[in-house]
Design a protein around this ligand. Structure first.
Ligand SMILES: Nc1ncnc2c1ncn2[C@@H]1O[C@H](COP(=O)(O)OP(=O)(O)O)[C@@H](O)[C@H]1O
Ligand SMILES: [Mg+2]
Length: 419
């Protein structure tokens, strides 16, 4: 038997799919470390998975390596004293997981490797040292350093060195904007500010699987518009498209650089999510790489494109270091539905029309329901996933959805915001 511990601070839906996949692997003793009580966590598990969880520890803060280590030791005791794999998919958790792996001698990514994937300035230093393309950057530790970079490089992007979810990333067009930022939160050696050349162009992901340090699979998707634009424009409905063919010359540069970047950063076994740009002049720049599976339904999209379950594939490669690359049989993509204004969902327009036109292409959908609260993140109130062997059919379908479907938000008194 192989002893596997999964760290799930909160039982979020996206986390639970990966957790269930790992729990149902054959010949595995499975335990969980979480912030939740065993009772409330069990409620969130599908009934068939409940008997599979044979170890459990509740900790106050899984992001703290000491707390996490104590939790892992407790669960390991319940599993017979061993831990063969320590897993988790949340981005902020990756360094603590690696530190505890190192402390307890568990195979997998170590602390230095995890840090390279978390610290965007360090990551760019490593990529550039290996001759890989990325945006110019400066990790400013003082206001003067930040202003000096801005004197040469505008527009630029300012972000914390280890952010996630595009929450604190901002575009800066004029020195005055940077000045007010600095006045509010002056960069210091303890709180450095990452500044980057603003890369103008289209944004894509390069999602991969590595087994035993070898890059064995990748998928490419294109975002429209870019995640930064989506964050800046709360009502914009956006799309992710996975073209069926990714073997052509248009992706040659990222196939080579993407694979080399994983080697340079020290990827071991598991899935990664890389974001990259194609500038208007055709050149590419790697933006960031996370040593975890992609979010925003992209793991599901990769599953639809290849007709296999990538949640399970992630679990298998993470635990047993094996993966057989499947054929890419379909183009697929998601349209993210976002309401305008404030308040809960009061209605959705265009569903019937889209159903009539595109119903045959829909493989999964979450249509916003009346009364549902406004979403806090950029994924919005719902989504529709399409699939077809021809890329242009999916691309046109996604376009139709974001231009036709309208989510209306409003208030109980009938007041409605947005159009
Ligand atoms: N150097 C850059 N040039 C242009 N856009 C950028 C740059 N860096 C980030 N962005 C935009 O901001 C978004 C969020 O930045 P990112 O570094 O990916 O942060 P996070 O880790 O929070 O996802 C990116 O998806 C991209 O749209
Ligand atoms: Mg990002």
């Amino acid at each position: 038997m192989t002893a596997v511990i999964f760290v799930a601070p909160y039982g979020l839906d996206s986390t639970m799919r990966f957790l269930s996949a790992a729990a149902s692997l054959p010949d595995v003793d499975f335990g969980v470390v979480s912030h939740e009580s065993a009772e409330s966590f069990t409620q969130k598990l599908p009934p068939e998975d409940r008997p599979r969880v044979t170890g459990y520890a509740q900790v106050a803060d899984a992001l703290d390596p000491d707390h996490l280590e104590a939790g892992v030791r407790e669960v390991s005791g319940q599993l017979g004293g061993r831990v063969d794999a320590l897993l988790g998919i949340l981005e902020p958790l990756q360094e603590s997981l690696a530190i505890v792996r190192e402390r307890l001698g568990i195979r997998g990514m170590d602390a230095e490797e995890a840090h390279r994937f978390r610290d965007k300035a360090h990551m760019k230093d490593v990529l550039r040292a290996n001759g890989l393309p990325c945006a110019r950057h400066c990790l400013a530790t003082s206001p003067a350093e930040a202003m000096a970079f801005a004197a040469e490089q505008l527009p630029l992007v300012a972000k914390p060195p280890a952010g996630a979810g595009a929450i604190d990333t901002f575009r800066i067009d004029e020195p005055g904007q940077l000045e007010s930022w600095i006045a509010a939160a002056p960069p210091s050696p303890e709180r450095p500010l990452l500044l980057e050349e603003f890369v103008q162009g289209r944004e894509y992901s390069f999602d991969s699987i590595s087994a035993g340090g070898e890059h064995v699979f990748h998928s490419i998707s294109s975002y429209a518009p870019t995640p930064l634009m989506v964050m800046e424009t709360p009502w914009i409905q956006w799309t992710v498209l996975l073209p069926r063919s990714i073997d052509g010359p248009e992706f040659e540069a990222i196939r080579t650089a993407g694979s080399a970047a994983l080697t340079a950063l020290g990827m071991t076994s598991g899935m990664t999510h890389m974001e990259w740009f194609r500038r208007d002049d055709g050149s590419i720049a790697i933006s960031e790489v996370a040593a975890r599976p992609p979010g925003a339904q992209i793991t599901s999209l990769i599953s639809y494109a290849h007709d296999i379950d990538f949640y399970r594939a992630w679990a298998e490669v993470s635990v047993f270091e094996r993966f057989d690359p499947p054929e890419r049989l379909y183009a697929t993509g998601a349209a993210y539905l976002r309401g305008q204004g404030d308040g809960p969902v009061v209605g959705v327009d265009g569903i019937e029309e889209i159903q009539n036109e595109l119903g045959d292409l829909v493989v999964e959908a979450r249509i916003p329901q009346v009364g549902q609260p406004k979403a806090s993140g950029y994924e919005g109130e719902g989504y529709v996933i399409l699939r077809h062997p021809e890329t242009s059919v999916v691309a046109d379908g996604l376009e139709r959805i974001v231009s036709k479907l309208r989510v209306h938000l409003g208030h109980a008194d009938g007041r409605e915001d947005g159009s």
